[in-house]
Design a protein around this ligand. Structure first.
Ligand code: PLP
Length: 353
């Protein structure tokens, strides 16, 4: 097998998606599965669809374009750029929005295609990333309702991101109230109240989701088997859908502290080292261009990550529970960020089993 490689266990992924879907269905919540962490790799997306997912969501239009042949609903997660509205209406049926100027441009672009584009208005509820203030929602919704090329589907929120704010019954309850105000003002029924990402999943698990929330946009919990708010593993889900594997290209006993006059490392930083005497150092052929090296966890007990440059990962294998030789591979599990980086690197092979 070529290395470095990201190995994807499709059966485990499918299981995770099925369990998450079932838990959400019991709470009357629709799941939009988020594909950005795996760059919308089509084979992985198809596995999610086989599990019963019927909405895929991504931040990048290039990724949604890869999914264009799949006969399911696609949602753009990042607030659209004015420069991409034509592609947005072509490759996504729904987008999350907070700027009227952009919704107007989406409406104009959609009119040309003859198909209405669905709009979810994002509401700011504490995390301070995207969204309009709750007090402005009724007026904003009225303007969206007046645009002929778009359909107002509902409201949504994103938490756990910039501010690390945890979704709870209070802020998600507020989202439901905002939806209620819009419905009352215009005498309409909103079909979607989108209550966030994997950070909101603990409320589903604990049967605490405020009534009215009827959609979640979920990546991490399906992919890594973990919710984001408290970093807890979800019972019944696999946490090892993905394995990163790198190959050892050098293995030698050398000191643990560099010698000579010390300047900066390859990334312009001043490195610091702990003296552990002579250690068994392995170089694995991957680096910062491929992965978030310090968010990898070796499967083998006793391996320490020493450092990385753009294309070398240095490992202390002195106390590893097995003897390595050149050509051996080392397996790692990945954080969400490391997964994102590995999928994004074209130098990392992707292998589905
Ligand atoms: C990335 C993203 C998600 C999914 O986040 P996970 O933590 O992977 O569940 C949901 N909504 C928006 C707007 C996002 O950008």
């Amino acid at each position: 097998m070529n290395h470095p490689v990201l190995i994807i266990d499709k059966a485990k992924l499918r299981h995770n998606a099925e369990v998450v879907l079932k838990m959400c269905r019991e709470a009357n919540i629709e799941v939009c599965a988020v594909t950005k962490a795996f760059c919308a790799h089509p084979e992985i997306a198809e596995t999610l669809i086989e599990a019963g997912i019927n909405c895929l969501a991504d931040s990048r239009i290039q990724n949604l374009k890869k999914l264009r042949r799949l006969p399911i609903t696609k949602m753009l997660l990042r607030i659209p750029m004015l420069s991409e509205v034509e592609e947005v209406v072509r490759y996504a049926q729904i987008s999350l929005n907070s700027e009227l100027k952009t919704v107007e441009a989406l409406s104009a672009a959609a009119l040309k295609t003859g198909k209405k584009h669905g709009i979810i208005i994002m509401i700011e509820l504490g995390d301070l990333r995207e969204g309009i203030l709750p007090g402005e929602a009724v007026e904003f919704a009225g303007k969206v309702l007046g645009l002929p090329g778009v359909q107002l589907l509902g409201v949504g929120v994103n938490l756990n991101c910039h501010g690390g704010i945890i979704p709870d019954r209070k802020n998600l309850g507020q989202l439901v109230s905002v939806a209620g105000e819009i419905e009352a003002e215009y005498g309409i029924r909103l079909q979607t109240i989108s209550g966030g990402n994997s950070g909101s999943f603990y409320l589903v698990r604990d049967h605490q989701m405020p009534p009215g929330i009827n959609q979640l946009r979920l990546g991490e919990v399906i992919l890594l088997g973990r919710e984001t708010s408290f970093q807890q593993k979800i019972d019944g889900l696999y946490t090892d859908v993905f394995t990163f594997q790198a190959e050892i290209v050098e293995l030698k006993e050398k000191p643990s502290v560099p010698y000579g006059e010390m300047g900066r490392d390859s990334f312009g930083l001043r490195p610091g080292f702990q003296d552990k005497g002579v250690i068994k150092r392995a170089i694995a052929a991957c680096g910062k261009q491929d992965i978030l090296w310090n968010q990898l966890t070796p499967h083998q007990q006793g391996i320490d990550l020493i450092g990385a440059s753009s294309d070398h990962l240095l490992l202390d294998v002195t106390h590893a529970g097995r003897d390595y030789t050149v050509g051996d591979t080392v397996d790692f599990s990945l954080s969400y960020g490391a997964l994102l980086a590995a999928f994004t690197s074209e130098y990392v092979y992707k292998y589905c089993i």
